[in-house]
Design a protein around this ligand. Structure first.
Ligand code: HEC
Length: 184
């Protein structure tokens, strides 16, 4: 009887130790992970130029790249700009935005008002996803042009991300806001 009781007491004590230890180890493992550097404000590092020049479908590129990491590898590249102009007309962007990007039925691409922001990352996603999907991805309207309507998605209509970049490189040459505002 004594032995049984002692065993029971030992088991209880062990249980107490286990019970005491467990919450601590549980607390340890449930400690919040170290927040990534870009959690608050700081821009995430852009993808490398080599990575950005590997052709991908525009929508695959959007899906594979965290917000803020897309950067145009063809800005100021004369050949890419010439190809971008052809693509802009080939994909009928001019039908809505005008042949010089100055607007028409739709917002100008030349002024300092950028509906969702002016970065390469935002324009790439807007052109690929269209306004409705861009907003679903968490991008908010920041500016309003005279004409308000949805931009259609071109991610399925433009062959590769390289072509989207070339179009954006051409659009950048039409910017009339002055060099000090060119910070994309
Ligand atoms: C059917 C008309 C239409 C076509 C075609 C079209 N867009 Fe748009 N685009 C719009 C509208 C409308 C907006 C404004 C979106 C909004 O307010 O949500 C817009 C916005 C934009 C913007 C942002 C402008 C700003 O001031 O922030 C860019 C850049 C753009 N389009 C590029 C293109 C490119 C490149 C193409 C061709 C691949 C294209 N668009 C084809 C209607 C069109």
């Amino acid at each position: 009887m004594q032995r049984v009781l002692r065993k029971a007491a030992a088991a209880l004590a062990l249980g107490a130790v286990v019970a005491y230890v467990n919450p601590i180890s549980a607390a340890d493992t449930s400690a919040p992970p170290v927040p990534p550097a870009q959690a608050e404000g700081a821009a995430p590092a852009p993808l490398s130029m080599d990575e950005l020049k590997k052709p991908m479908k525009p929508l695959e590129r959007v899906a594979a790249s965290p917000k803020g990491t897309l950067k145009n590898p063809y800005t100021d590249n004369p050949e890419a700009i010439a190809e971008g102009q052809k693509l802009y007309f080939g994909k009928s962007c001019n039908g809505c935005h005008g042949g010089g990007g100055g607007g028409g039925m739709c917002p100008p691409l030349t002024n300092t008002v950028w509906v969702y922001g002016d970065t390469d990352d935002t324009l790439f996603r807007l052109i690929s996803l269209g306004s409705d999907e861009l907003k679903k991805a968490g991008y908010a309207r920041k500016g309003t042009e005279g004409v308000v309507g949805p931009m259609p998605p071109f991610g399925e209509l433009i062959d590769t991300d390289q072509d989207v970049w070339k179009i954006i490189a051409w659009i950048r040459t039409k910017f009339a806001g002055g060099p000090e505002r060119r910070h994309w």
